[in-house]
Design a protein around this ligand. Structure first.
Ligand SMILES: [Zn+2]
Length: 270
């Protein structure tokens, strides 16, 4: 249980409907050659939160086809409704949706606080022109986009793809998951020199660098503690373990407060 002087928001959690969770988690396991620690259902998050002192979760799901977008958005909103004090929901989007305005208006009507995209799994580049209308709408509506970023195996979500979008949409708030470039952290650090509309989260990093605390602390120092959000990438990793590892980092109390809650509150308007 984390010291209760800290409010904790896990700002990166994937959830699925009970009856497809096992299949969905197996899909991500295969994509990343991992074995998820948890099952990926909302009730499990609430139980983990009670056990570990995690107060709030930002929940999301990724649409692998355009026809999934509306049903995922409805599912995330229904999940938030089961525990509105504990959950904030992000909507899904897809480049092949015929009407991006309709997607954004559904997301707003459902009371979702942003959008999650995963270019590598969805198979499009962040700077794909088909996404520009969505970015423009999100920029105008103040909807942040959490993007999976980085994969050394592909060229969909690497820093060279994100940078032009950050520049073309200077008021679009982007949260680059996994410190802005999973598995390509050196490229991320080179590319993103204090970009004002970019935040990052710390999810899916500790397990891939063997819990190297100095490496992660350097990434935090690079972006600044006011730009980093705590996230676990549940169900791939157990939020309890991720939080325990995070608490071992050599950070000040005020840096911890920013990363564990204040930045997420600001960015996602929680
Ligand atoms: Zn994710």
């Amino acid at each position: 249980m984390v010291d209760k002087k800290y409010t904790v928001i896990d700002a990166h959690c994937h959830i699925y409907p009970e009856k497809i969770a096992e299949r969905a988690v197996a899909g991500t396991d295969a994509f990343y050659d991992t074995h998820a620690t948890c099952h990926g259902v909302a009730s499990e998050l609430l139980e983990i939160g009670n056990r570990a002192g995690i107060d709030h979760f930002v929940i999301q799901s990724v649409a692998t086809s355009p026809k999934q977008v509306a049903s995922i958005n409805a599912f995330i909103a229904a999940s938030v409704a089961t525990a509105p004090e504990r959950f904030t929901g992000l909507g899904a989007a897809h480049p092949e949706c015929a009407d991006q305005e309709e997607v954004v208006s559904q997301i707003k009507e459902l009371g979702l606080h942003g959008i999650k995209i995963h270019p590598d799994i969805q198979g499009f580049a962040i700077d794909d022109r088909r996404m520009f209308r969505l970015y423009e709408l999100c920029e105008a509506e103040g909807l942040p986009i959490l993007m999976h970023t980085g994969d050394h195996r592909y060229d969909f979500s690497n820093p060279n793809r994100l940078l032009p979008v950050l520049k073309a949409f200077p008021n679009l708030v982007v949260i680059g998951a996994h410190f802005g470039g999973w598995s390509v952290w050196d490229d991320a650090v080179r590319a993103f020199d204090r970009i004002p509309n970019l935040y990052v989260d710390c999810s899916s990093t500790f397990p891939f660098v063997n819990d190297d605390l100095v490496f992660v602390k350097n990434l935090i120092d690079y972006y600044g503690a006011d730009r980093v959000l705590f996230g676990s990438d549940f169900p791939m990793w157990d939020p309890v373990h991720e939080l325990e590892t995070f608490m071992k980092l050599n950070l000040s109390e005020s840096e911890r407060r920013m990363i564990l809650a204040d930045n997420a509150k600001k960015v996602y308007k929680i």
